[in-house]
Design a protein around this ligand. Structure first.
Ligand code: 3PY
Ligand code: MG
Length: 257
């Protein structure tokens, strides 16, 4: 496999939080530019964006060409989509709204080759356009690629320990916006509220107990700091639009300063 583009597991083993931008704007040129910024990986959000699978393949190739791992939050927990996301060279697939042990077993089945699952072999064109040598890939993919189940509903929270125990699963990825909407019965998005943080502590404890990665969408530096304190080590930091806004704010700050 092409080393650096699949370095997530080794990088996580250092214990240092791994923070990456969360990109929702389609386009390989932008993805390549973001991959050159000071982050260890780049995530593409295919659930809440108009990035389609063809565009995603180009974007993953552009990220991998810089030697960075690509993380894909796919549109849904569908085996065909999960298969394609990995075939295009993603180092990590995150599936939304996974609420039960059965759904997470299906996710792992799609994402891992035997003996852990039933991922189908193929994707020569996509793998090679991402710079991946197919021969090495079969031997290393189960270990080098990560599959994460999103915990973002009350139902998932209720089952979080059993979900974390599903063999072959690599991580629990909290969606704190949906989770806080669920916990407040639709009243609010409260990613740093005490109720949300308490629920997230339950997730990080389940991840730790089963040797899984505790992961989350943080969105801001304050979010990354707060989630790091409660045991999270793999987090989405700024979105692509926040990176643009931050650059603009820095520019006007210097102009005024
Ligand atoms: C959530 O917070 O619900 C997410 O899915 C991350 O954007
Ligand atoms: Mg969500």
């Amino acid at each position: 496999m092409s080393g650096a583009a699949f370095a997530l597991r080794n990088r996580l083993a250092t214990g240092e939080p791994l923070v990456f931008p969360w990109v929702g704007t389609p386009g390989a040129q932008l993805a390549g530019q973001i991959a050159r910024l000071d982050f260890d990986a780049v995530a593409l959000d295919l659930q809440h964006s108009t990035i389609d699978m063809g565009e995603a393949a180009q974007m993953v190739a552009a990220i991998n060409a810089v030697g960075k791992p690509a993380i894909l939050r796919v549109r849904w927990n569908d085996p065909g989509i999960v298969n394609s996301a990995l075939d295009m060279g993603a180092a990590c697939v995150i599936a939304p709204m996974t609420n039960s042990v059965e759904q997470v077993k299906a996710l792992v089945k799609a994402a891992k080759y035997p003996p852990l699952g039933q991922r189908s072999w193929g994707g020569y064109t996509m793998l090679q356009s991402a710079g991946v040598a197919a021969g090495d890939y079969l031997k290393q993919a189960n270990h080098e690629t990560l599959v994460m189940a999103m915990i973002e509903t009350q139902e998932a929270l209720d089952h979080v320990d059993a979900i974390a125990a599903v063999p072959g699963l690599d991580g629990l990825f909290v969606g704190p916006s949906d989770l806080s909407i669920a916990l407040s019965n639709g009243a609010k998005i409260d990613r740093l509220g005490q109720g949300t943080l308490n629920a997230m502590k339950k997730v990080s404890a389940a991840a730790k107990a089963h040797g899984r990665v505790a992961a989350a969408f943080a969105g801001t530096a304050d979010g990354v700091k707060a989630y790091t304190e409660i045991g999270f080590t793999f987090m989405a930091g700024p979105t692509d639009t926040e990176l643009l806004r931050g650059g603009t704010d820095a520019f006007w700050g210097k102009m005024k300063g």
